[in-house]
Design a protein around this ligand. Structure first.
Ligand code: NDP
Length: 321
């Protein structure tokens, strides 16, 4: 079968699209025929080596497809089941062996492309807005990369909780899209972000910042918070944030700082099922009309990564094995 993997870390030129053996499911695993794999920024981090892994590394942390074989002691899924998953690595492939406890069955009416497009980013928006900082009606959130795949989900989930949302994006086209998915206000990256946030909040600052951009927006995010607000730094699209001194938190207004990841918010099966079923319900109810930026052939993973890193995408990128 064909898979996309790296044996050395680096740029898109390190991606290899080659034949690998069809994997046999071990105990606790199910082998899935991958209908679509989601492309996420985390795949870039595994490609470059920012996130450690032992090569060869088949990339991809998300997908949807049909179970074709199960290992011993797997009772939760069976061949023929339509399933989706996130945070199990190896999805850039025709087949993937996924730990069965990470698989959720997809509703019959849900298109498998849409399922693959929604698991990782939808559940991320869910945990950020419902658990990391559970937004309350009337609170204000600042959302960076609001027209991105994850950003659009966060905006929609925050609006569902009754919050006011200020989005940050880099272009007028992205600003239109961000407003379309629910942003009450949009700031362009060419503007001074923190002063603009202060102006929009009558000098108060926001209750929470959801920052996926990392290094480039760190300072602006801290300066946009109200006293005792929460800084949620959950990504490194512009590079990882430098080490910080705890005293800084006091100087910025006794703020709270967290650096969460989806895996820890779906570690318990009940939590995974709660988030996945909410995301499926949101899709059914049209809380967010997921925008598929492009479905790339598996062998075009390099072009997909270049587009994502080049800030040329608005919404979800999928690979078709
Ligand atoms: P996006 O679709 O959001 O694409 C990234 C966007 O980030 C770009 O479109 C761009 O939007 C913005 N950006 C700002 N600076 C840069 C830069 N220097 N290089 C590239 N992009 C930049 O990607 P994803 O939705 O896949 O991921 C967004 C972020 O969320 C990533 O950092 C990812 O790691 C993180 N994430 C974290 C999770 C977690 O649990 N911790 C789970 C899911 C995602 P613009 O042009 O408008 O500035």
């Amino acid at each position: 079968m064909k898979a996309v993997f790296v044996t050395e870390f680096g740029g898109v030129e390190k991606l290899r699209h080659e034949d690998v053996p069809v994997p046999e499911p071990k105990a606790g695993e199910a082998r899935v025929q991958v209908h679509a794999a989601g492309v996420n920024f985390i795949d870039v981090y595994f490609r470059t080596g920012l996130y450690p892994a032992e090569p060869p590394v088949i990339l991809g942390m998300e997908g949807a497809g049909v179970v074709e074989a199960v290992g011993s002691d797997v009772t939760t899924v069976k061949p023929g089941d339509r399933v989706a998953w996130a945070m199990a690595r190896g999805s850039y492939a025709e087949r993937q062996c996924v730990p069965a406890h990470l698989l959720v069955k997809t509703p019959d009416a849900l298109d498998l492309d849409l399922a693959a497009a929604s698991m990782l980013q939808g559940m991320t928006a869910h945990y950020l807005t419902h658990s990391t900082y559970p937004l309350r009606a009337g609170e204000t959130a600042l959302v960076h990369a609001a027209a991105g795949g994850t950003g659009q989900w966060i905006v929609a989930a925050a609006k569902l909780r009754g919050a006011r949302v200020i989005g940050v994006v880099s272009t007028p086209e992205k600003a239109d899209l961000a407003r379309g998915v629910g942003c009450d206000e949009v700031i362009l990256t060419s503007e001074e972000i923190a002063p603009e946030v202060k102006r929009l909040t009558e000098g108060r600052g926001v209750d929470v910042v959801y920052d996926s951009v990392g290094k480039a927006t760190w300072e602006a995010s801290l300066n946009s918070l109200k006293p005792r607000g929460m800084m949620v730094t959950f990504g490194n699209a512009s590079g990882p944030v430098d080490p910080v001194a705890p005293l800084m938190l006091s100087q910025k207004g006794s703020i709270f700082l967290t650096r969460p990841t989806l895996a820890h918010y779906t570690a318990k099966r009940e939590e995974l099922e709660w988030r996945a079923s909410d995301v499926f319900n949101w899709l059914r109810d049209g809380v967010l009309k997921v925008r598929i930026h492009e479905v790339y052939a598996l062998g075009e993973a390099g072009r997909a990564h270049a587009d994502l890193e080049g800030r040329r995408t608005m919404g979800k990128l999928l690979l078709r094995p």
